[in-house]
Ligand binder design. Structure first.
Ligand code: GLN
Length: 537
């Protein structure tokens, strides 16, 4: 294979312009032309990974097959590309420094002063090239977190400058994403902030090759030419990125702007094969023309920030399209639900999902919501902590173990129906120590899960410390809740179901991480279907 091509994506003017979506959309178009592409994200914060971050800080923590706790943008990469990412796809400043400091302690730099340049920048460069060196990809897209001008981004920009200098011009290009603010008084898009942010990049020695300009209104040809002239790029390299109805429209918008063609011509790669976007368009058509509608309540404690449940929200979009159904998600704060008011807060819903989470806050509300769903035969889907709460609710209200709990919330309960996994008990460090990543699960044939997966051997991703306590297995079975998915090696319960219910499924793993546009997750698809049946009943 020829040497891989590198595309770096930086952001200017403001944060939150959607570098992740732009990177994923470009990758999608290049992949649809037959190229092998991967995307990686470099985050300039000092946490070694986002696993220890509260979801309020950076939204959801995404988990890869190999058990890396990563930035939520990796979720977008997988959803757009339908190809798994890995630990190597997300690097933070913390990880870079940790590696350099460990090497220093081992004596690898003996005699030398260890410095940001060259030691930190060399380590950044090594990691930037790691996936390229694997020989598996023709194109590596690297998204740099943060905004140009941030102090903490400087070593990354310097690493990009050096790589740009080291590689042939056609092997390495820089895309810069900026904003053209619209002034209502003069009714025009302003280009000055873009010029300034490009100037800032230039001060660090990096000349962007392509500018992607977010704007609320179409950018005139004159404005594009002006930006091209003052920012030193070719006129076809000024790309308009308007606000879209859905993130899944962005690849089509970029195709219209010929972003993929411009990128390929700068990389001196063939653009003969037009991208095949048939399946993508098929999804978009279904997503935009639903024949049905259901209301699903997402019960969680981070509902003020929907990004905390990003993968779940997106999984509903994929599953909704598959069912030609609009899923109206209603975020419901678990702290605000009680047994008494559950009927008022939940009775209009066609399905209830209880979300993953950690700690005591909001637990009783989750349990109250599950009781209501179980008793009123409303389709229910519990994910991780949501499944654990379903087990607790069943133990308390059906089996009569009134104080049943998880030892995460009540270490002294007489009925620890959810307990810490044996190998977790000796661990005290918090970062990267949960049961993480992909594990095999065997699914019982006579189950709703089997109807969804249509196979007995599945793999799903995990992120938890507590588990179903198998000492209570017989009690649950007698009461009517069954374990229908088990890890064949450890016997950990992975799926629980209530038979006498139209759809009551709890899973210890996180199915949402594996749902993609082209491969909607079967459990979400069936849950939406059950909600559709409920709404028609
Ligand atoms: N707090 C629970 C555990 O650690 C559930 C985790 C989750 O929902 N991801 O087991």
């Amino acid at each position: 294979m020829n040497s891989p091509k590198y595309i770096f994506v930086t952001g200017g003017v403001t944060s939150s312009l959607g570098k992740g979506i732009i990177s994923a959309s470009l990758a999608n178009l290049l992949q649809a032309r037959g190229y092998t592409v991967t995307i990686q994200k470099f985050d300039p914060y000092i946490n070694v990974d986002p696993g220890t971050l509260n979801p309020y800080e950076h939204g959801e923590c995404y988990v890869t097959e190999d058990g890396a706790e990563t930035d939520l943008d990796l979720g977008h990469y997988e959803r757009f590309l339908n190809v798994p990412t890995s630990q190597a796809n997300n690097v933070t400043t913390g990880r870079i420094y940790q590696h350099v400091i460990e090497k220093e302690r081992e004596g690898a730099y003996l005699g030398k002063t260890v410095q940001v340049i060259p030691h930190i920048t060399d380590e950044i460069k090594r990691r930037m090239k790691l996936l390229g060196d694997s020989g598996k990809f023709e194109i590596i897209i690297t998204e740099l977190g943060g905004t140009v001008g941030d102090i903490e981004s400087l070593p990354y920009i310097e690493a990009v400058r050096q790589l740009n200098w080291e590689m042939k011009p056609e092997d390495c290009i820089v895309l810069h994403l900026t904003l053209l603010p619209y002034l209502n008084t003069t009714k025009e898009l302003k280009t000055k902030p873009t010029q300034h942010s490009v100037k800032m990049l230039l001060e660090s020695g990096v000349q962007p090759d392509i500018l992607i300009c977010r704007a609320e209104h179409p950018i005139s040809k004159e404005a594009k030419n002006k930006i091209a002239l003052f920012c030193n790029v070719t006129p076809n390299a000024v790309i308009e990125a308007l606000d879209m109805a859905t993130i899944y429209d962005v690849p089509m918008a970029m195709l219209k702007e010929r972003l993929d063609k411009t990128v390929l011509s700068k990389l001196k790669m063939s653009s003969k094969n037009e991208p095949n976007m048939d399946s993508w368009l098929n999804f978009l058509t279904k997503h935009k023309n639903p024949k049905h509608e259901v209301k699903i309540g997402l019960v969680g404690k981070y509902v003020e920030l929907p990004d905390a449940y990003k993968s779940i929200t997106e999984a509903f979009i994929h599953a909704g399209a598959q069912n030609e159904c609009r899923v109206k998600l209603e975020y419901i704060h678990s702290e605000l639900i009680t047994d008494d008011d559950a009927p008022f807060k939940l009775k209009h819903l066609d399905g209830i999902l209880v979300a993953p989470g950690f700690g005591d806050r909001g637990i009783e509300g989750k349990i109250a919501a599950i009781k209501y769903a179980r008793e009123n035969k409303i389709p229910f889907f519990g994910i991780c902590l949501g499944m654990q709460c379903a087990v607790i609710e069943f133990a308390r209200n059906v089996l009569g173990f009134k104080d049943a709990h998880s030892t995460e919330m009540n270490a002294k309960t007489k009925h620890p129906v959810i307990d810490m996994m044996a190998d977790q008990k000796k661990i005290s460090a918090k970062g990267g120590t949960m049961r993480l990543g992909s594990y095999v699960c065997e699914v019982t044939k006579d189950s709703k899960a089997y109807k969804a997966y249509e196979k007995t051997k599945i793999t799903e991703r995990h992120r938890h410390r507590f588990e179903f306590n198998n000492l209570y297995l017989k009690d649950f079975e007698k009461g009517g809740m069954f374990v229908t998915g088990v890890n064949p090696d450890t016997k950990l319960a992975e799926i629980v179901e209530i038979k006498d219910h139209p759809y009551f499924v709890g899973v210890q793993f996180h199915p949402e991480y594996k749902s993609t546009v082209l491969n909607p997750h079967p459990l979400f698809v069936k849950f939406v279907k059950a909600a559709m049946a409920f709404s028609n009943s």
